[in-house]
Design a binder for this molecule. Sequence first.
Ligand SMILES: N[C@@H](CCC(=O)N[C@@H](CS)C(=O)NCC(=O)O)C(=O)O
Length: 219
Amino acid sequence: MSLLPSLRLYTSNASPFCLKVMMLAQELGLTSLELDYSVKAFPTTTHTPHSHLVPHGKIPALVVAGGRSGTRETVLYGSENICAYLDEIAGGKALPPHGSLERFEALTTEALASAIKDAALALRYERLERPKELLWQDWVTGQLSKVTRSIPVLAKRQLPDPAAEVLGLDGIAAAVALWYVDRRAADSNWRELEGGKELNEWFERVKERSSWQATPFVR
Ligand SMILES: N[C@@H](CCC(=O)N[C@@H](CS)C(=O)NCC(=O)O)C(=O)O
């Protein structure tokens, strides 16, 4: 691996988007990634320690030393973007080659996993954070339905071998999404959906990986 720039990640051990980035860093051996927990991201927060870099206040955000035309540091946000960058600088082991259809299939699996994470996150905000008297039941039903419609499709996609030398980004994204569904949308009963049993077997094998065990998933 060529000399890497210094990398600092605004992150949280409860965020599925952040944990995906952290698990990928483990898979790629990016041990120098610095973790910065100073941002408490929340939709109603209007100022965060990284507001000057990230106007919308979301995490993850990656600060990379250097940048175009001699800038001191560059910020990347959007977990899909951050993951693609990390894979690039680490030698491209977590995604199929540039230009191949397989690459875009893997990125589509990641996008499907992101949609599941988005729905489960929306459920968390609606059910746990919104004042009880304002709870919108149709919203809850709709987000839960996104999860239950997406899981059987995820189960049908060709997920990477849990014993692969480096687990592909599609597999990392899928496993972290399932972890988050267990945390925030357990009532989807995803293991009982079509393909859920096989998907769960795959998930349990991913959990045996050292990268999973080294990622600080909040308990
Ligand atoms: N599409 C974004 C989603 C990131 C996201 O929603 N992060 C949540 C934490 S899990 C957040 O920062 N929420 C605070 C907010 O919505 O302001 C990504 O992939 O990075």
